[in-house]
Design a protein around this ligand. Structure first.
Ligand code: SF4
Length: 244
């Protein structure tokens, strides 16, 4: 297996401070994927025992919550064999660290009902994974600032509970209320400008905020000149952790 990157410290891919391993190789080729270079299974560096030691040493820091596996596609069969020795070692030597894994496969249809029943490696692999975020990135369901996913179709799954119950058990990311209740989201001009080129000619100041309704992709006409209330990131993190 090859890997594209190791990110440390990483605070975007799972709860708390993390070590994130981006493996190489993905056959899904989602439209507007941000990691296109990692589609190639030969991209990046060889994943070796030294890489495993490097990751283990980073995980040993007491303030690190866990390991995140992204890609590329960690659950491609060739990559499952590559990551198995790493996550087995993590759970044997550092059982307090949690392991999250992102996959384009559908957890119920592809992972539980097929890979898990047909492939010995998958069966062992799932024993060590705490959370899977499943589903391919869908540009039509993309929302800025979602917690730990790019589009609203992606689900957070409690792997060990799902295995115990024999059916998929999902968890809340903590920010679902924003789109489930169809509330307009406040976007600051700079981030808005990146996604909506048309508005750049009418809005000039970076202090201006606009209301953007992500459900029907409409822009509210009113433009506010005073600073707007920022979405409270800390609050969302607390909700995601189930503290609030
Ligand atoms: S599954 Fe992930 S890495 Fe693969 S193409 Fe889709 S977004 Fe990119």
């Amino acid at each position: 297996m090859n890997y594209a990157d190791i990110k440390y410290p990483d605070i975007q891919d799972g709860d708390g401070i993390r070590v994130a391993l981006y493996v190489s190789g993905c056959h899904f080729h989602c439209k507007e994927c941000h990691n296109k270079e990692a589609w190639d299974f030969n991209f990046g560096k060889k994943f070796t025992n030294d890489t495993i030691e490097e990751i283990m040493n980073l995980l040993k820091n007491h303030y690190v919550n866990g390991l995140s596996l992204l890609g590329g596609e960690p659950l491609e069969i060739a990559n499952q064999e590559g990551i198995l020795p790493l996550i087995k070692k993590v759970k044997e030597e550092l059982p307090e660290k949690d392991i999250w894994c992102w996959t384009g496969y559908d957890f119920e249809k592809d992972v539980l009902n097929q890979m898990y029943t047909q492939n010995k490696v998958t069966k062992e692999l799932l024993k060590y994974i705490d959370i899977i975020v499943d589903g391919q990135f869908e540009i039509e369901n993309k929302m800025e600032d979602l917690a730990f996913r790019g589009s609203t179709n992606q689900r957070k799954i409690d792997v060990q509970e799902s295995l115990k119950k024999g059916k998929m058990v999902t968890l809340k990311f903590g920010d679902e209320v924003r789109y489930e209740e169809q509330k307009p989201k406040i976007m600051y001009f700079e981030s808005f400008k990146k996604s909506e080129k048309d508005l750049t000619k009418t809005l000039e100041s970076s202090t201006i905020a606009v209301n953007f309704n992500p459900i029907n992709n409409t822009i509210e006409e009113n433009v506010f000149e005073q600073p707007r209330i920022k979405i409270k990131e800390e609050k969302e993190t607390m909700v995601a952790k189930g503290i609030d």
